[in-house]
Design a protein around this ligand. Structure first.
Ligand code: NAD
Length: 514
C-alpha cells in the first residue's frame, strides 16, 4: 500500500463518474441492510487503523495525539455510530399531516437518495470533515465521490487506500487531487455538492454548481468574534479561549478569531490568559506533542506576516520557527479595527484583543462585517449573553465554551450567509443528501368531491370549489403589534411579577396570622 499521494489521472474521472452512475441506477445503494453494511465498513476502516491515522495527522499537521483523537478520529466514530443508530428511522417515509381534502389520497414523503453526491473537504480536520459526511451520504442511499484536500497528503493517501479496501468501490470513490481534479469533477451534474473550505473557492464551487444545476451546500469560515464580559468566570474563560485558539494551531473554522472586551477590563483579562498559558505549557509550547503546526510554508508565512505587521502589543507568545512551521499561542492586546489582524480570518494561533468603550461599540463592529460561523460570549450575566445573541447573526452562538459544538449530538452545524449555507452532522447530514419526494395515490371515488375541477366550468362548480378551498382566517388585526420586547426584558418582568406574587402571598399569610 503506497503512502504517497498520487493524483487520480484526469481522464479516469469520467470513467469513475459513469461507473458510479450506473451502479446507483441499478439500485444497489438503496436497501437498508446494504447501507448498514457500508456504514459498518466505514466505521471499521477508521477503528482498525487509528494508529495509522494518528501518524498521518502528525506527518501533515504535527498533530499531538490527543488532538488527533479528540478533534478528528473519535468524533468521526461517534458520528458514524449515531448515524447507524438513527438512519433507518430517518429513511422511513412520512405521512403528511391530516387534511380533509388530501388525506384520502394517502399523501406521503418518500425519503430518496439524491444520486451521486460530491464531497470536497479541507485540510484542517481532514477526517472529521470527510468521514461523517460520507456516513450521511451512504446512510441516505447515495453513491459518493470524495475529493479530500491535497494539503494533507499523508492523511488523504491513507484515506484513499483504505476506502478501496473497506468500501464498495462501485459506489464510493476517493479522487486524489487539487484544483485541476476538482475543476474536472465540477463539470459533471451531481445530486448534491457539499464543499467545506474558504469563501473564495466557495464562490467558484457555487458558480460551477449553478452551471450544471447541481444543488450546493457551502461550509465556509470567517472571523468568529468573542465577547468577554467583566462578569465572567475569568479562569475558565481564559482556559477555554486559549485552548480553542491553540488547538490545531488555530486552524479551526470555528476558532475564536478575536476578542472584544471593555477597555478597563483588558489588563485583568490578559493577566488571566498569561496565568493559564503558564499552566498549559510548563515547558515550551513548541515541545514535542504539545502544539500542531501550520499546514504549509505558505500558511506559516501568511500568519507570521500578520504577526510581524500588527500594530498591537504582543503580551503572550509570539515565538515562531519557520523550519518547523511553528507558531506559538500568541495574544495581542490593544488591537484597533484597522489592524492587519482584523483584516482576514486569522486561521492561526494568534488571539487579538480589541478593547471597546461599550459593548454596543463591539456589537456595531461585528454587525458591520460578514456574519461569522460562530459568535462566542463569556459571561455569568444572562442579560449580557442575551444581548449578544439577540443582536448578532451567526452560524452558531455559544456561551462560555469554544469550538466543540460541531461535535455536539443533535445540533445542526452550518453557517449563515457568507459563513455558509446548509447544515450537517447527524440527521441534518442525512437530510442534506436526501430528496423529499412528495407522493400520493388518489382513489377514483374522490371525484365525487373534486369533480368541480373538470370543464365545462360553471357557476355551480365555482361555488362547490369555494366551499372546499376558500379558507377563513382569524379576525383582521387592529394594527401592528407593540414594539419588540427582548427576551432579557421579558425575563426581568417575569422575575418582577413572580417576586410581587410571592411578596403578596407572604403578606396575606402574615395578615391572616394577626
Ligand atoms: P483547502 O486548501 O484544503 O481547500 C479546500 C478544498 O477545496 C480542497 O479539497 C481543495 O482541493 C479545493 N480547492 C482549492 N482551490 C480550489 C479551486 N480553485 N477550485 C476548486 N477546488 C479548489 O482548505 P482551505 O480552503 O484553506 O480551508 C480553510 C478554510 O475552510 C477556512 O476558511 C475555514 O474557516 C474553512 N472551513 C470551514 C469549515 C466549516 O465546516 N464551515 C470547516 C473547516 C474549514
Amino acid at each position: 500500500m503506497s503512502d504517497q499521494l498520487v493524483f487520480t489521472p484526469l481522464d479516469e474521472i469520467e470513467k469513475i463518474y459513469n461507473e458510479l452512475k450506473a451502479t446507483f441506477a441499478s439500485g444497489k445503494s438503496r436497501p437498508i441492510p446494504y447501507r448498514r453494511y457500508q456504514l459498518l465498513q466505514l466505521a471499521y476502516m477508521l477503528k482498525d487503523n487509528i494508529k495509522l491515522f494518528e501518524d498521518a495527522l502528525e506527518a501533515d499537521l504535527g498533530r499531538p495525539q490527543l488532538e488527533a483523537r479528540m478533534l478528528d478520529i473519535d468524533p468521526s466514530l461517534v458520528e458514524i455510530k449515531s448515524t447507524l443508530a438513527g438512519f433507518e428511522k430517518w429513511a422511513r417515509q412520512e405521512s403528511a399531516p391530516f387534511s380533509i381534502n388530501f388525506s384520502p389520497m394517502r399523501p406521503v414523503i418518500r425519503k430518496e437518495p439524491k444520486g451521486i453526491v460530491l464531497i470536497i473537504s479541507p485540510f484542517n480536520y481532514p477526517l472529521f470533515l470527510t468521514i461523517p459526511l460520507m456516513a450521511s451520504a451512504i446512510a441516505a442511499g447515495n453513491a459518493v465521490v470524495i475529493k479530500p484536500t491535497e494539503n494533507t497528503p499523508a492523511t488523504t493517501a491513507l484515506l484513499a487506500n483504505l476506502a478501496e479496501q473497506y468500501l464498495d468501490t462501485s459506489l464510493v470513490r476517493v479522487i486524489k487531487g487539487g484544483v485541476q481534479e476538482t475543476t474536472k469533477l465540477l463539470e459533471y451534474t451531481w445530486g448534491h455538492i457539499l464543499y467545506t473550505g474558504g469563501g473564495k473557492v466557495g464562490k467558484l464551487i457555487a458558480a460551477a454548481g449553478a452551471k450544471t444545476l447541481s444543488p450546493v451546500s457551502l461550509e465556509l469560515g470567517g472571523k468568529s468574534p468573542v465577547f468577554v464580559d467583566s462578569k465572567c468566570d475569568l479562569k475558565t474563560t481564559a482556559k477555554r479561549l486559549l485552548w480553542g485558539k491553540a488547538a490545531n494551531a488555530g486552524q479551526t473554522c470555528v476558532a475564536p478569531d478575536y476578542v472584544i472586551v471593555q477597555r478597563d477590563f483588558q489588563e485583568k483579562f490578559v493577566e488571566a490568559l498569561q496565568d493559564v498559558y503558564r499552566e498549559f505549557y510548563p515547558y515550551k509550547a513548541s515541545a514535542s506533542g504539545q502544539m500542531s503546526r501550520m499546514v504549509s510554508p505558505q500558511a506559516f508565512t501568511r500568519v507570521n506576516n500578520l504577526l510581524k505587521n500588527t500594530k498591537g502589543t504582543i503580551v503572550l507568545g509570539g515565538d515562531t520557527d519557520e523550519t518547523t512551521k511553528y507558531i506559538g499561542p500568541t495574544v495581542v492586546k490593544d488591537v484597533k479595527p484597522e489592524d492587519c489582524l482584523m483584516s482576514e480570518e486569522i486561521f492561526g494561533p494568534i488571539l487579538p484583543i480589541m478593547p471597546v468603550s461599550s459593548i454596543d461599540e463591539g456589537l456595531a463592529y461585528v454587525n458591520a462585517h460578514d456574519h461569522p460561523l460562530s459568535v462566542y460570549v463569556f459571561s455569568q450575566d444572562s442579560a449580557f449573553k442575551a444581548k449578544i445573541f439577540d443582536n448578532t447573526q451567526s452560524g452558531s452562538a455559544l456561551a462560555n465554551e469554544t469550538i466543540i459544538h460541531p461535535a455536539a449530538y443533535g445540533l445542526p452545524f452550518g453557517g449563515v450567509g457568507p459563513s455558509g449555507s446548509g447544515y450537517h452532522t447527524g440527521k441534518y447530514g442525512f437530510d442534506m443528501f436526501t430528496h423529499l419526494r412528495s407522493s400520493l395515490d388518489a382513489p377514483g371515488w374522490l371525484d365525487m368531491l373534486l369533480g368541480f375541477r373538470y370543464p365545462p366550468y360553471t357557476a355551480a362548480k365555482i361555488k362547490a370549489m369555494g366551499r372546499l378551498m376558500n379558507p377563513s382566517f382569524p379576525a383582521r388585526p387592529k394594527g401592528p403589534p407593540k414594539a419588540h420586547v427582548s427576551r432579557a426584558s421579558w425575563s426581568k418582568w417575569f422575575t418582577f411579577l413572580l417576586a410581587l406574587a410571592l411578596a403578596g402571598g407572604l403578606m396575606k399569610r402574615q395578615f391572616l396570622k394577626m
